[in-house]
Design a protein around this ligand. Structure first.
Ligand SMILES: C[C@H](O)[C@H](O)[C@@H](O)[C@@H](O)C(=O)O
Ligand SMILES: [Mg+2]
Length: 394
């Protein structure tokens, strides 16, 4: 049974939250003195928006089939990603069957390899690939997770990322991942502040609730090692993305340095099977955390996950809303998922990619039943009330 061919590929930009979830208003926890590689410059220490963390905005990719069915996806990429989709990638989709997602991915990757391989270009490829899977599901009238092999469990469980793990515990999440607020440039005084924050949260959350730190590439091996050793007294479960994604050798060393039982995790800014092969074969971490909107899409995450499974490693995708849920529910080595708390406090559980996705499922008591994923494709519709701009055509 052949499916209608792809007729149009369109790319739009959207501002204000959503897939570019760092693009928030004033006073949001996600932009409050979080340590980054730019924290060595005092003028860029208070706010990540000050150095441009939200400069790109959201990329919306729409793929329309000959029968008028539309698949779409959102990811981080904004106007430059629109250019790549319209001027370079669209030619490999229009006129093709949506079932040709392997060949389409291969042509998108190798045609852009001379200027892509990681970052923005792979974000654009991921956005196209996710929209393609959404279109396939809508044409076949089945959810993406059915096409990935079906659910291996009845529900998803989530840990929450945000400044309030104590509230995350109240909401029923299995753990709380906090942003690290102070980096090496703030010296031992900053390290002691970090530990004091962890000690405070441990006192509020009790001994067994998972507490993790997200270090957003801000540290060096020595600082991360000293921080991990000091954090052992407060039962830190994992230290995430402590150093530069390019420093595979540093991760190898950090994984040897941290106290026994503490996990080292990374990968949200890594891309493709080849990047994750480096992390796995160099034994850089215990859990890889690809973002399905940044690593190459579902087609590539299938390859990355199989590689990790062969290495006996967990794959816990970086928070990417429904795009990761449909994957996690189908894989034994993905036992839980991340929920990014996008309320400014965060003192409420709100949709992760608000306001872009209509029908976006929100965990109840930190969990989602598989039935919440049962609509065709990724099970969401684009909120067409939001201001979308198509900067390029082809
Ligand atoms: C909370 C972290 O600083 C990032 O903002 C977050 O997006 C990412 O690192 C994560 O793992 O959720
Ligand atoms: Mg992270």
């Amino acid at each position: 049974m052949s499916l209608p061919k792809i007729k149009h590929v369109r790319a739009f930009t959207v501002r204000g939250g959503g897939a570019d979830y760092h693009d928030q208003g004033e006073g949001h926890w996600i932009d409050n003195h979080i340590a980054t590689p730019m924290s060595r410059y005092p003028e860029y220490r208070q706010s990540r928006q000050s150095f441009g963390i939200n400069v790109l905005g959201t990329l919306v990719v729409e793929i329309e089939a000959e029968d008028g069915t539309i698949g779409f996806a959102v990811t981080t990429g904004g106007e430059p990603a629109c250019f790549i989709v319209e001027k370079h990638l669209a030619r490999f989709l229009e006129g093709r069957s949506p079932t040709d997602y392997e060949k389409i991915w291969d042509q998108m990757y190798f045609s852009t390899q001379y200027y892509g391989r990681k970052g923005l270009v792979i974000n654009a490829i991921s956005g196209v690939d996710l929209a393609l899977w959404d279109l396939l599901g809508k044409l076949r009238q089945e959810p993406v997770y059915h096409m990935l092999g079906g659910a291996v469990r009845d529900e998803l469980q989530f840990y929450a990322t945000g400044a309030r793990p104590d509230k995350a515990k109240e909401f029923g999440f299995i753990g709380g991942k906090m942003p690290l607020h102070h980096g090496p440039a703030e010296g031992v005084e900053g390290l002691h502040k970090n530990i004091a924050e962890l000690a405070d949260m441990r006192a509020k959350c009790g001994d067994d609730f998972w507490l993790m730190w997200d270090c957003w590439m801000a540290l060096d091996v020595d600082y991360a090692t000293r921080l991990a050793i000091a954090a052992q007294d407060y039962g830190l479960k994992w230290i995430e993305e402590a150093i530069s994604p390019d420093d595979y050798w540093g991760y190898q060393q950090l994984k040897r340095n941290v106290p026994k039982g503490m996990l080292v995790t990374t990968g949200e800014h890594e891309a493709t099977r080849w990047g994750f092969r480096m992390l796995l074969e160099m034994d850089c971490c215990d859990i890889i955390q690809p973002d399905v909107g940044w690593c190459g899409g579902v087609t590539e995450l299938l390859k990355i996950s199989a590689l990790a499974d062969a290495h006996g490693k967990m794959v816990v995708p970086h928070g990417s809303s429904v795009y990761s849920y449909h994957f996690v529910i189908t894989r034994h080595n993905s036992p839980f998922a991340e929920y990014l708390m996008m309320h400014p406090g965060p003192t409420e559980v709100v949709p992760m990619f608000h306001p872009q996705l209509i029908g976006e499922p929100v965990p109840q008591d930190g969990r989602l039943k598989v039935s919440a994923l049962d609509a065709p494709g990724f099970g969401v519709e684009l909120n067409r009330e939001i201001a979308m701009h198509r900067p390029y055509t082809h």
